[in-house]
Ligand binder design. Structure first.
Ligand code: GLN
Length: 232
């Protein structure tokens, strides 16, 4: 069965900074696993896309409002989101982890966050986890729109920790950020491409067909390796 696009161009919303999934390279061009993967899928399934890197919560809002046809943003497939989104087959597995400064020695469990301030990015699965456990552990929460300001706030000490997806924190550390991850990660679900529930079914079907093809022919692994060095 050959699925055909019904739109000449699909507008896809994404995060503004979620390396190695989407980020600007040294020539300010957006690259990353999500970007390369979607482009390769679009090419293989013969549909056109334009991507806008608007930030995670804005991507959610634009997709829900129908201003974007879909979103790819390292977005975890959660039961809550399934009420308002239809997801593709999973394309990546990632947990969320707490990050502290590498010089921090007094945070070894969530209990140690009592009286401290934890940063999270608006609309994320990490935010849901951190909000849910706020009263239990007695920390304060600071919400950010993007990762760069959140990371900078940890460096300057205006927050004591933040929670973000593990591959993203690990990548930041590889890039030289002086962060540590002292607590075992939390399962938040696998990443999926998403459309507003009940819309653009052909787009989801083309994504799934393209993803299956790229996994079978090795191109998926090549894309992941290009940005992560390995597929683990
Ligand atoms: N995987 C996380 C989520 O879905 C974070 C995504 C992101 O920050 N781009 O909430």
């Amino acid at each position: 069965t050959d699925i055909k696009p019904v739109k000449s161009d699909y507008r896809i919303a994404s995060d503004s900074l979620f390396a190695p999934f989407e980020f600007q390279n040294s020539s300010k061009k957006y690259v990353g696993i999500d970007v390369d993967l979607l482009q390769a899928i679009a090419k293989s399934q013969k549909f056109n896309i334009s991507m806008d890197f608007v930030g995670f919560q804005t991507a959610v809002d634009q997709t829900q409002a129908g201003h974007a046809d879909g979103m790819i943003a390292g977005m975890s497939i959660t039961d809550e989101r399934k009420n308002v989104f239809d997801f593709s087959d999973p394309y990546f597995t990632a947990n969320a982890t707490l990050a502290v400064k590498s010089t921090t020695t007094d945070i070894k469990s969530y209990k140690d966050l009592k009286g401290k301030t934890v940063g999270i990015k608006n609309g994320t699965a990490s935010q849901a986890f951190i909000d849910k456990n706020k009263d239990k552990y007695g920390y304060k929460v600071k919400v950010f729109d993007a990762a760069d300001t959140m990371y900078e706030s940890l460096n300057t000490g205006s927050i004591d920790a933040f929670m973000d997806d593990e591959p993203v924190v690990k990548y930041a550390i590889l890039q030289g950020k002086k962060f540590a991850t002292p607590i075992a990660p939390e399962k938040i679900g696998e990443y999926g491409f998403a459309v507003k529930k009940g819309t653009n079914p052909e787009l989801l079907a083309m994504f799934n067909a393209g993803l299956a093809k790229l996994k079978a022919n090795g191109d998926y692994d090549k894309i992941v390796e290009k940005y992560m060095g390995n597929t683990d």
